[in-house]
Design a binder for this molecule. Sequence first.
Ligand SMILES: [Fe+2]
Ligand SMILES: [Fe+2]
Length: 371
Amino acid sequence: MDMQKENDSPRLLIVDDDETIRMILCRVMEKQGFVCHQASNGLEALDVLNDHPVDIVLTDVDMPEMGGIELVRLIRAQYTADPIVMTGHIDEFNYEQMIQAGAEDFILKPMAPSEVVLRIRRVLRERLLARGLRETHQELKASYLDTINRLVTAAEYRDENTGSHITRMGTYSAFLAEKLNMDGAWVDRIRYGAAMHDIGKIGIPDNILMKPSRLSGNEFNVIQTHPAIGARILANAQSDVLRLGQQVAIAHHEKWDGTGYPQGLSGERIPLAGRIVCIADVFDALSTKRPYKDPYPPDVIYSLIEDQREKHFDPDLTDLVLGHFEDFLTIRKSSGTDSESGTGELVNWGEIFNWSERDVMSADVSTGRSV
Ligand SMILES: [Fe+2]
Ligand SMILES: [Fe+2]
């Protein structure tokens, strides 16, 4: 058999302590285009599985060393092959056991070769279908995440003109979610969902968002509509990522003490995703150069964040950020530029907070105006 054929052919492992049965089955299946391996018990089968990629395992039940049920259980736990069980006596108890172990199908002994071929082909067909579905799902997921990323970059472009802030937002947020022991799927969701926090800025007119001088009260009110606009853009989403993105969009300017916007929620009434993205966003603003300010030195950022524990920020999240401060600085340096510290001249917290939104421009920095 040449190499090419070997690579494309379905691979079968036949496990039986009766050598004659193995030989006959192998001959039948090789004629059908399968590559066949053999083993005389469960332990030997595991050796073969460790050395060769196998699509389907056809196993007897009663064998020395390790029987078929135990083998099926181990295959389900540690390998990707689909197991089929062949057995001479199938009663209710055995049947239950085989189902629970994860057998894909059964064949009763003695068996006609044509039936074996039929069963194995069916399991192989389902296996290929399932793989195709998985691949399609992965492709779809990748392409919709890519679409989201482009949309978010478009929203952010006027404000920051690199995508590095939103990339870092995903990394900080996923880091915090992991430290909170959230499950892997949730960590993944916030990694992408965090990027959407400011998507509502797409609805803020340029002359306000990009105004190079102090905003009027009315203009600031317009800026403050971006969480609601973002939530509307992401409303009624089917996907978990977009639903989390909506929570992030609506809640990332709420503050722990209830003085944030748009709803003035406080404490744990603010969705966790919003609290996480809030502290990540401010950390990133403090450590990033803006047209009107240099990044702060790390020790200044540290004390500014510490000071806002239970005011602006969730106390637990504040402790996590401060407890892993070096990690945060590393994430900051990992993408984008402009993280070199400047002099770090201090102004009041209201100004700093607003910088994270680019609401207040250079003219205001020295005035200490709090909006
Ligand atoms: Fe925002
Ligand atoms: Fe942001």
